[in-house]
Design a protein around this ligand. Structure first.
Ligand code: 13P
Ligand code: SF4
Length: 306
């Protein structure tokens, strides 16, 4: 930690000078999550924060689609991302053209997109969701459109899990999270047996892994589950930094890894946050017409909430 202190101090003074607010996703490293962020949380919490942000400058420590969502929800603000290359295998699995083709194949079926998509894909969607409200959003959209079928994209594992929680029939896409798809059922079982640990898994994991879990839930739901259950030992089957960041909040819980790092989330570092603020570099731009259409899909999600 002492190594990080000069960076944390330098970022704090630049942040003050610029009047910036720093938002960080739960998958950011602890020195960012605890050291420099003003607002932390899952993708839904960051979107909600951007929508009501009163600072003119947002630095989004997360991946590109999160920074785009912030820009769509706060179009008059300047949104910076410390590394433009911080992508996401889910967001890059589908294009706006793919969504139009899906609609043509399934006329009249509404589209619910996971926020892990580009602004252009959101603009082709009826509503967005995160893993925290996916079931809720699918039910709400089916009811609003008076249908019993919804196109759910792009994560096939999240989609398969949502399908077990709703009577609505889902048309799925074949996207996968390159981090969560790596976990195996054998690894989860081994961790439970060897360490006598509770298994908590993110719904972006495969159905075989989820079948081994004591609890399946989004980033925010995992935290709430820990608060309620207070397990002695737990393995968080998700991105590594989740456990690191929760450790402070739950000092009595022993966190067992397996975990996998998201290489995109880990592109964000204290030096590039500092450089981004110093040089006002890496500003997010989304075309006006895309903002207007994507905003409708995000607003439907914010109206439903968690
Ligand atoms: P949330 O649980 O915050 O929606 O995020 C999952 C994820 O993989 C973000 O990249
Ligand atoms: Fe995308 Fe998976 Fe990384 Fe999240 S953890 S940003 S879903 S690749």
């Amino acid at each position: 930690v002492p190594l990080h202190l000069p960076w944390i101090d330098a970022i704090a003074s630049l942040k003050k000078e610029r009047g910036a607010v720093i938002m960080a996703h739960s998958y950011q490293s602890p020195e960012i999550f605890h050291g420099v962020a003003d607002i932390t949380g899952d993708s839904l919490a960051l979107a909600q924060a951007a929508a009501k942000c009163d600072s003119d400058l947002i630095v989004l420590c997360g991946v590109h689609f999160m920074a785009e969502s912030a820009k769509i929800l706060a179009p008059d603000k300047t949104v910076l991302i410390p590394d433009m290359q911080a992508g996401c295998s889910l967001a890059s699995s589908i294009t706006a053209e793919d969504v139009r083709a899906l609609r043509a194949q399934h006329p009249g079926v509404p589209v619910v997109s996971y926020v892990n998509t580009s602004a252009a894909v959101k603009a082709e969607s009826d509503a967005c969701c995160t893993s925290a409200n996916a079931v809720h959003m699918v039910n709400a959209v089916a009811a609003e459109f008076g249908v019993n079928q919804v196109i759910f994209l792009p994560d096939r594992y999240l989609g398969a899990w949502v399908a077990t929680q709703t009577p609505v029939e889902l048309v799925l896409w074949h996207g996968q999270c390159e981090v969560h798809e790596k976990f195996t059922a054998m690894e989860a079982r081994h961790t439970r047996e060897r360490f006598d640990a509770k298994i908590v898994a993110h719904p972006e994991c495969s159905p075989e892994v989820l079948a081994e879990a004591d609890f399946v839930g989004s980033t925010s739901a995992m935290g709430k589950w820990l608060e309620k259950e207070k397990p002695v030992r737990v393995a968080m089957i998700t991105e590594c930094s989740m456990a690191d960041n929760l450790r402070n909040q739950f000092p009595q819980v022993e966190f067992i890894k397996p975990c996998n790092l998201c290489p995109h989330m880990k592109r964000i570092t204290l030096p590039n946050i500092h450089a981004c603020l110093r040089d006002m570099r890496n500003e997010i731009h989304v075309p006006e017409d895309v903002i207007v259409r994507a905003r409708k899909a995000l607003d439907r999600m914010l109206a439903v909430g968690r």
